[in-house]
Design a protein around this ligand. Structure first.
Ligand code: AMP
Length: 379
């Protein structure tokens, strides 16, 4: 029997990639679990109206219980209808973590640190951490106006491309390769310099915490996240091993979001990371590890006996597989070798126990005797 396996160099729904996906999710669960993040399956945010309609606006659920401090994580499938390319799919797996109910800067730093640890354990290799603070939406709106005014005043020095999009997205000017634009942008006002004293202090504290635990980051005042609900901290990890779609994961604070959705003012911070991107960058193999015992069927060996034997082995917490492909003995032993089985039990008239390391083969007197011999060989 040949098990389905995905070709190398692609990401697939088949082994070993499906296993690697599960491994990454397990790593995330372990790292986040140690920090007190509980798994969740529901959306982080649901419009309060939805709850209010369901339970009545004045109940405790809406007024109090919804807004206690919670830290949670999730893993799930996401769908985005964007032009597919390497690392950008219509269906992908995201893991995410959110801490809702506190604006404490230790949370921003902790979440970034946890994500870095997940990347490290998942073997995604070197990643650049870009970090910035967006302040409040008001600060941002004022700043965008100031920047647009600044760019307008120096319009003749800018590239055509930047000029054309000046009103839609003046921030793009920071990313331009055009020398003239770059010279202008070196003198452009920066959002981080316009933060309110509170926001600035929050940002400085987050940076100090990250520095204090040895996390390298690049302060990047041009960092903008796709959604405009972000406030204060924003960050993104970019892998050096990925192409154009280099973002492994990112997130930030969204202190105004809950209120915007109709809830009480409730701060929050979180991130999301793409599991497929992590797998594309990762050098961690998806090997399943060796099988303890392969149960082979000799000529005349009843598959019924093999079936019961393999159940006994699994009950003893061993990893055991049974011959189910109708192979001859030679083929079975070759297969046992290929899957790395340490011991082969050959079911015929009786039971023989073969040590795959030495090749030595012994006759067992009973099922119990065979189990004892297996335990001994695996000890
Ligand atoms: P975002 O919230 O857009 O920053 O997405 C979080 C992470 O999910 C990104 O950093 C990517 O790793 C991953 N991601 C987002 N969109 C896609 C996509 N279309 N295909 C694969 N991964 C994606």
């Amino acid at each position: 029997m040949r098990k389905l396996q995905a070709p190398r160099g692609t990401l697939d729904v088949l082994p070993p990639d499906a296993r690697r996906r599960l491994d990454v999710v397990a790593i995330a669960g372990e790292v986040l679990g140690r920090a007190g993040y509980e798994p969740m399956e529901t959306p982080v945010f649901e419009d309060t109206e939805l709850f209010a309609r369901g339970v009545g606006e004045s109940t405790d659920i809406v007024q109090k219980e919804m807004f206690t401090f919670e830290d949670n994580w999730y893993a799930g499938l996401f769908f985005r209808h964007e032009a597919p390319q390497a690392g950008r799919f219509w269906q992908f797996t995201q893991i995410g973590a959110e801490a809702v109910g506190s604006d404490d800067p230790t949370l921003d730093a902790e979440l970034i640190l946890l994500l870095a640890e997940i990347f490290e354990r998942a073997g995604t290799g070197p990643a650049r951490l870009r970090l910035s603070s967006l302040g409040t939406p008001e600060t941002r709106a004022d700043y965008l106006e100031e920047l647009t005014r600044f760019l307008r005043a120096r319009e003749s020095e800018l590239s055509e491309d930047v000029r054309a999009r000046l009103d839609q997205n003046p921030l793009r000017a920071f990313d331009a390769d055009h020398a003239g634009t770059q010279a202008v942008m070196a003198e452009a006002p920066r959002l981080v310099d316009r933060l309110t004293p509170d926001d600035r202090e929050h940002f400085e504290t987050v940076k100090a915490f990250l520095g204090g635990v040895g996390v390298d980051f690049e302060e990047d005042s041009t960092l903008v996240r796709g959604l405009d609900y972000y406030t204060r901290t924003v960050f993104e990890f970019e892998s050096e091993r990925l192409g154009a779609q280099a973002a492994l994961g990112g997130g930030g604070r969204y202190d105004g979001l809950v209120e915007e959705l109709g809830g009480q003012p409730t701060p929050g911070v979180g991130w999301a990371a793409g599991v497929e991107r992590m797998l594309l960058a990762s050098d961690r193999p998806g090997d399943e590890g060796p099988v303890d015992v392969f149960v082979a069927l000799a000529d005349g060996g009843a598959s019924r006996n093999g079936f019961f034997m393999v159940q006994r082995l699994r009950q003893a917490a061993l990893r055991a597989e049974l011959e189910q492909a109708g192979r001859g003995m030679k083929g079975q032993l070759r297969h046992a070798n290929r899957i790395g089985a340490r011991v082969v039990l050959i079911i015929g008239d009786g039971i023989e126990v073969k040590d795959m390391e030495t090749g030595e083969q012994r006759v067992a007197a009973s099922v119990e005797d065979a189990l004892g011999m297996v335990e001994e060989l695996l000890a």
